[in-house]
Write a protein that binds this ligand. Structure first.
Ligand SMILES: Cc1cc2nc3c(=O)[nH]c(=O)nc-3n(C[C@H](O)[C@H](O)[C@H](O)COP(=O)(O)OP(=O)(O)OC[C@H]3O[C@@H](n4cnc5c(N)ncnc54)[C@H](O)[C@@H]3O)c2cc1C
Length: 428
């Protein structure tokens, strides 16, 4: 019987493992951390799971967080300037900001409860991954931004930078009153970066979450470099100052007497180099390792795409494995080359759209924001299209796509307020 080895229990590895189990395919998960170790670790991200990712979870019978009253129901985009530009689009279906320290251990339990073998392997190195090729027909590397990514050649054409374009500070805070309707504030500060405020579901319930995406060396960047361990009061004070200067609508909801980080591990600082890799490498003896999730394509989080792309890619890889085995095809070089193409066709648009967003917005992008600030249908389409990066990239990649999108809102309304799908140029 064929068997698959999956290294890494992040969203990509777990969703793939659960999918393969649901199709009766033998797979073993190798993880460096137990569920309890993940639960008690530092805040790893502030991920929003979009509608299609949540739908894939539901298909797998994962419905632990389906409270209709909690979610991200709109995105409020504000572009600082004179005058400030603002738009509010409905996120339909709602997204869910969830602490991965809650999400991942629960999926790991689900995988084990469904008979999925989990090996506490510690952090595997390339030689150990190669040895897994002796016991599995295919080894999937889903270790996120970890060092194993270096096994897969960096794709220079698809990875435009060697340096991070943003430096990050994320933290969970008490003392920020929730807005009347739960949603994401997306404050753009030209020349400095972005500030995001959301409500994140944690093991202790929903909390306010702030993410600063700072252009390196800008004044916003101070928060990504300030030491937080010794005296959290320093970063808390700096965060308050930055909110007052750049995100006054959030600052207005702060209760200074109770404002503070929710815990010693509830913050993170990072800097991510957006990187795409070839999706496979030969292990010898005709066996291969395939990369998925961040190991294949690491996004900057500015457009909330990484975990959603990881989920999309994991499902596509799972389907390819199921189909190949059903047809009696080997998981060989031809299979891996096909997976590489398929993964890039799915994940490429979110990478390209995200990378484009990291540069100053071109006039056609500003034209969309301006139109969306005046037209609710355009704002709603823009917000919901975060879950359709292929369409979003066709719209945002150049003036033609933007014009076709906006044209679709003149006169008759598009039926599902998503925009002029058929009119945007199809080449992605
Ligand atoms: C601040 C921030 C905000 C974000 N916001 C969003 C968002 O809103 N929406 C979104 O879609 N994405 C977001 N992302 C990105 C998202 O978190 C990642 O894209 C996603 O977690 C990638 O999933 P993964 O399964 O590929 O990797 P990971 O989640 O990194 O999981 C990899 C797993 O492999 C394990 N591992 C690592 N090395 C080894 C090894 N050698 N051996 C065994 N196991 C190993 C790790 O411990 C980990 O458990 C954000 C990221 C950050 C940093």
């Amino acid at each position: 019987m064929s068997s698959i080895g999956i290294v890494g229990a992040g969203i990509a590895g777990l969703q793939l493992g659960l999918y393969l189990r649901s199709r009766g395919i033998s797979c073993t998960l190798y993880t460096d951390r137990s569920g309890d170790e993940i639960r008690s670790s530092r805040l790893p991200s502030t991920a929003a799971l979009l509608g299609s990712t949540r739908a894939r979870d539901r298909e797998l019978g994962i419905r632990h967080w389906d409270d209709a009253a909690f979610g991200c129901f709109h995105v409020d985009v504000r572009v600082k300037g004179l005058p400030e530009l603002s738009l509010r689009g409905r996120v339909d279906p709602p997204a869910l900001f969830i602490d991965m320290r809650l999400y991942l251990p629960r999926l790991l339990e689900d995988f084990e409860a469904r008979g999925g073998p989990v090996v506490r392997s510690g952090a595997l190195g390339p030689a150990e991954v190669a040895r897994l090729g002796d016991v599995h027909d295919l080894v999937v590397v889903a270790t996120g931004r970890g060092e194993l990514g270096a096994m897969f050649p960096r794709d220079l054409d698809r990875s435009p930078w060697l340096e991070p374009q943003r430096r990050l500070f994320a933290g969970l805070f008490r003392g920020i009153n929730f807005p009347d309707e739960l949603g994401l504030l997306f404050q753009i500060i030209p020349g400095q970066g972005e500030i995001f405020e959301s409500q994140l579901l944690t093991a202790d319930g929903p909390v306010s979450c702030l993410l600063f995406e700072a252009i390196p060396e800008s004044s916003l960047d101070a928060v990504t470099r300030v030491p937080c361990d010794d005296d959290p009061g320093v970063v808390e004070g700096l965060v308050l100052d930055l909110l007052e200067a750049h995100a006054p609508t959030v600052h207005a909801r702060v209760d200074r007497s109770s404002f503070q980080l929710t815990g010693a591990l509830d913050w993170m600082q990072a800097a991510i180099v957006p990187t795409a890799r070839r999706a496979y490498v030969a292990l010898g003896e005709g066996r291969f390792a395939v990369a998925v999730g961040d190991t294949f394509a690491t996004h900057d989080p500015v457009l909330w795409q990484g975990a959603n792309a990881a989920s999309r890619g994991a499902r596509a890889l799972g389907e390819a494995i199921v189909q190949a085995l059903a047809e009696g095809r080997p998981l060989d070089h031809a299979f891996c080359a096909g997976v590489d193409e398929r993964l890039w066709s799915l994940v490429g648009p979110s990478m390209q759209w995200t990378n484009a967003f990291l540069s100053p917005p071109p006039p056609h992008a500003m034209a969309i924001f301006c139109a969306a600030s005046r037209d609710q249908g355009i704002a709603d389409a823009f917000a919901s299209n975060f879950d359709d990066p292929a369409l979003q990239w066709r719209i945002f990649r150049g003036p033609e796509g933007a014009s076709a999108f906006l044209e679709g809102f003149r006169g008759a309304r598009p039926s599902r307020a998503r925009g002029a799908t058929s009119q945007a140029p199809a080449s992605a």
